[in-house]
Design a protein around this ligand. Sequence first.
Ligand code: FE2
Ligand code: FE2
Length: 191
Amino acid sequence: MIKLELENVAKKNLSKYRLTHSINVEKQASILAQKYDEDIQKCEIAGILHDITKEFDDETQLQMMLKSDIIIPDIVLRTPKLYHSVTGMIYAKQELNIQDEDILNAIRYHTTARANMSKLEKIIYIADGTSIDRTYEEAEHFRELSFVDLDLCMFEMIKFTMQYLIKDNNLIPIDTIQAYNEYALKLKSKK
Ligand SMILES: [Fe+2]
Ligand SMILES: [Fe+2]
């Protein structure tokens, strides 16, 4: 499927607000792909599609997950905000016939992160949090850091997310904790 077709799929499924965000994530991912020598086309595809099912209702998404053969962690099932990363992957695979595992995983883990992410997965996770439409206080800092050190940026963004989750008494997905531990260990061994 070519880029224009995917943008039309995004237009069909997303509100104007989220379409703008998705196009911005696509652009940010493309910039990071050039910086870190990753496949630009794959980054753009994952970027435009990462939130493709975010506006489907929770019940529809729950059914999509339950019908699939994917093992969904309990914490994800209990957190509707995370559904769209799993259902986005299912949609990309089943409806758009995207079979590239790296693109599919980048969509799946753009919310929680996980241990041992590929470069493409990290780029989409970071692009989602640093696209130009992101205006939270730390966004600019993360944006700058993403051009200095991809892993350090992942670590800082994961810590920020975990702090935010804890503050509101939310559950922390196991994948997020495992990602945190990976970068904490990496950083310790660098000292
Ligand atoms: Fe998302
Ligand atoms: Fe997003």
